[in-house]
Design a protein around this ligand. Structure first.
Ligand code: NAD
Length: 297
């Protein structure tokens, strides 16, 4: 079914996502404060709106893909709530803090909108290729309407629970990923110093109890395991500053519910140091070199 969709936030991720909605036959009214991003979206089959408010007028659904909670709050408060028709489905795909996600969803509910938080797993390539995984928080009736729209941009759409549950699932997953990546990196560094051949160690550990996604799907050692950013000088992939962002959100969330997450806290501290010492433009697995030289126990 063709749906009229407003898409706000056409950056690294949103650009490809909006293009995939247009490609699926939807009528996409796109807006970004960046004129260049807007022009690219028009080249990809979207129509340009003059403002966020203009984009949401007459839309049946609104998708946002913005940097952080403060942008999400501002766009919904200033552009969406006063200009979209009540009943419009609102989908925020940004990665933001759980509290802001719940606050905005609650306000949406009181104003007569259906809203989901639907953050993604997968980077720019998955956004462009339409192979994102969406973790969705919101009531059943909102999820049911959101699912076909999200399917046009992804390979998997999973209902995580009530409002905020998508964000919670996302930051829990990425806290685990950050911690296992660091553990995998320092283990390879130790194995090398102990004189182990790293391919041999990989062959053993990938079939033993130390195996994880960080090892066998995204190995941080060049030349070992499947192709990964390690084979491309740690370019591309999942940028270390974005991992740091997610770890900060995870620690904020942990504080808010008084959860003890010492490994998450350590991962956050190490990514902070890595980003400050050369990791700011690198893939998050590049922390292997920083761990080898940059941090003592
Ligand atoms: P980005 O900075 O490239 O894009 C954000 C866009 O929002 C920019 O083009 C910006 O101009 C626009 N914007 C900001 N305020 C606006 C406003 N008021 N009105 C209209 N447009 C506005 O960021 P990104 O890499 O596309 O990431 C977007 C979100 O997705 C973030 O929350 C990020 O954490 C998350 N995410 C990113 C990746 C990734 O690999 N890049 C992966 C998973 C999740």
């Amino acid at each position: 079914d063709m749906t009229t969709i407003a898409f706000i936030g056409l950056g690294n991720m949103g650009g490809g996502m909006a293009a995939n909605l247009a490609k699926a036959g939807h009528d996409v009214a796109a807006f970004d404060i960046s004129q260049a991003a807007l022009e690219t979206a028009v080249g990809n089959g979207c129509r340009a709106a003059e403002s966020g408010a203009d984009a949401v007028k007459g839309a049946e659904a609104v998708v946002t893909m913005l940097p952080a909670g403060k942008h999400v709050k501002a766009v919904y408060t200033d552009d969406v709530f006063d200009n979209a028709e009540p009943g419009t489905l609102l989908l925020d795909c940004s990665t933001i803090d759980v509290d802001t996600a719940r606050e905005v969803a609650e306000e949406a509910g009181t104003k007569g909108f259906l809203m989901v938080d639907a953050p993604v797993s997968g980077g720019i390539a998955a956004a462009n290729g339409g192979t994102l995984t969406f973790m969705v928080g919101g009531p059943d009736n909102a999820f049911a309407r959101a699912e076909p729209i999200l399917e046009a941009m992804g390979k998997a759409v999973i209902h995580a629970g009530e409002s905020g549950a998508g964000q919670a699932a996302k930051i829990c997953n990425n806290m685990l990923l950050g911690a296992t990546m660091i553990a995998t990196c320092e283990t390879f560094n130790l194995a090398r110093r102990l004189g182990l051949d790293l391919q041999t160690f990989y062959d053993i550990s990938s079939k033993a109890s130390g195996q994880s996604w960080s090892m066998t799907s995204y190995c941080p050692v060049p030349g070992i395991g499947p192709q990964s950013p390690a084979d491309n000088d740690y370019e591309g992939g999942f940028a270390a500053p974005l991992m740091l962002k997610d770890l900060k959100l995870a620690m904020e969330a942990a504080d808010s519910v008084d959860a003890r997450t010492p490994m998450g806290a350590k991962a956050r501290a190490l990514y902070e140091q890595y980003v400050a010492h050369g990791g700011d433009k690198k893939d998050f697995s590049g922390i292997i070199a920083f761990l080898e030289h940059g941090e003592s126990r």
